[in-house]
Write a protein that binds this ligand. Sequence first.
Ligand code: 6GU
Length: 271
Amino acid sequence: MNFYVMTLFPEMIEQGMHTSITGRAMEKGLLSLKTVNIRDYSVTGNGRIDDYPYGGGAGMVMQAEPIYRAYEDLLRQTRAQDKIRLVYLTPQGRVFHQAMAQELAQEENLAFLCGHYEGVDERVLEAIVTDYVSIGDYVLTGGELPAMVMMDAISRMVPGVLSNSDSGVSESFSDGLLEYPQYSRPELWRGCPVPPVLLSGHHGNVDRWRHEQSLLRTLRNRPDLLKKESLNKEDLKYLWKLLEEEMDNGLSAEEISVLKNLLGISLKLSD
Ligand code: 6GU
């Protein structure tokens, strides 16, 4: 996978990507990264790449021409002479998620455009951008962190980037549930013991306990991820038990309502 990033802060991208797992993957030749400094393509000669917005209003707008020239230069370096997939990072885009990471990981080349200021001249976006992506419902100062978030998530989907022992973990989100809690030595830490089932050596019980913890966590933190269709009989039995012991479990009204919905219990008291 070859990443290309157009940005005003190439050193930020380089630093981030040359760290940890993505850094190792680049050394191994599984990933490559080329950053392009948009400022190098200023058309005014003084390094300026922004100007006032037509129609007035606060802030500055990144001009079309420097970005277009940066893009042309970038294309020349890809050997894919034609258009390549180009992601523009913007809070107005579609929200990034795991399936999108999986899909983008199939590309040979993937480029990112990081905006700043109040935005980018719409005309250059229409000319070169193929995908508009946001990383969530909050506003950041620029597209660099979102680009790094995306490249990180995409990289770990590229074969060989994760070691074999890591790759199991990568499946955890794709089964639609949150990861179960993990424990390591010592058995007793500051008075807190490891859950006994994990020391039992009974793999069946360990697997079932972990799966139930995943269900509980998903209910607690991301009830929107729990789908009727993906629950089996065992799961439903566990959720029934949770509901029956609702007092002990300290379930919130919302959690109880999600459970009842999943279990097909009418929410109306009058019924
Ligand atoms: Cl992609 N860009 C900016 N500036 N803010 C964001 C974002 C992107 N995604 C969420 N917030």
